[in-house]
Design a protein around this ligand. Sequence first.
Ligand code: HEM
Length: 189
Amino acid sequence: MDQGLTAPRNLLGFIDGIVGPHTTAEKQQDLWLAGPSPVAGGTIAVVRRMELDLPRFAALSVADQEAVFGRRRATGIPLSGGSIASDPDFGAKTPDGRYLIPADAHIRRADAEVVGVGLMLRRSYSTDEPTPGLLFISFQNDIRTFTNTLTHMDTSDALLQFTSTTASATFLILPGFDQQRLLGATLFH
Ligand code: HEM
């Protein structure tokens, strides 16, 4: 798997965009809308403008930064080990009984299986104006994939103390188009 090589780093220095619906079967199940027919093949996009507190995050040791995400900063490998493509092992503990991936690590709080939702395709873009941050965009075929994940993060996610959301919107994305089928054509059948 070369996800880590192709996935970019965010302004906090971590590889972003590793986990998501990448196979055709996963996209069919969690990304594209199955219906109603006018929007089948489309999806739902959530866009959020998030500011990042870079100085406060940079002041942490590398180990503390890695604990915030639950992955290695240099490689993207989960703190439970393996490769960048390995599933995180949320049950793995140190000999003295502490979770290798802390209870409030972002990848644990946001994990689809832990939350009990489908996968979301995340495409985030770093921003510089008016302050450093991230334009977070997630695509999913059920809005609860996003809202339930956010609720699960809200109660305890170590990442949240470094972020503030300043704008948020949700969009219905129509199915793709070609020369035979113009954008929005399915709406007027
Ligand atoms: C400034 C805010 C955020 C930053 C910097 C950030 C960054 C990251 C990073 C570095 C990862 C680990 C690598 C990966 O799997 O891509 C990750 C995972 C993830 N993030 Fe975020 N994220 C942010 C906000 C959010 C929000 C608002 C959500 C959704 C409500 C979200 C959902 C997820 C999900 C679902 C994963 C995959 C978890 C897993 O199963 O391993 N993130 N994020």
